[in-house]
Design a protein. Structure first.
Length: 119
């Protein structure tokens, strides 16, 4: 199983970006999916999470600016980021709790995609 994240880049403050994360491989089902980020010198933090049923969890600092839609048919989770701020600059990682065809459930991480917000 692999998670492939994409969509990062350089954007001006106030702009928008949409990240994508596609899961591939021996997948039976995708459970919860999420995005985390890690800025230089800081710990990795949760950005947004979504359950199989579509329930979402975002920290207060992200609410109103970020959303986390998912497309179960495409094994894909997105992170729509609006009104970006320089403090949103970080490497963004996708995460998924996946039940594999072997019936083993495990967590997987994508490789990270860099988002840089200029002031």
């Amino acid at each position: 199983v692999q998670l492939q994240a994409s969509g990062g880049g350089l954007v001006q403050a106030g702009g928008s970006l949409r990240l994508s994360c596609v899961a591939s491989g021996s997948i039976s089902s995708l459970n919860s999916m999420a995005w985390y980020r890690q800025a230089p010198g800081k710990q990795r933090e949760l950005v947004a999470a979504i359950t199989t049923g579509g329930g979402t969890n975002l920290p207060d600092s992200m609410k109103g600016r970020f959303t986390i839609p998912r497309d179960n048919a495409k094994n894909t989770v997105y992170l729509q980021m609006n009104s970006l701020k320089p403090e949103d600059t970080a490497v963004y990682y996708c995460y998924a709790d996946i039940r594999q065809l072997s019936l083993i459930t495990d967590v997987f991480w994508g490789q990270g995609t860099l988002v840089t917000v200029s002031s």
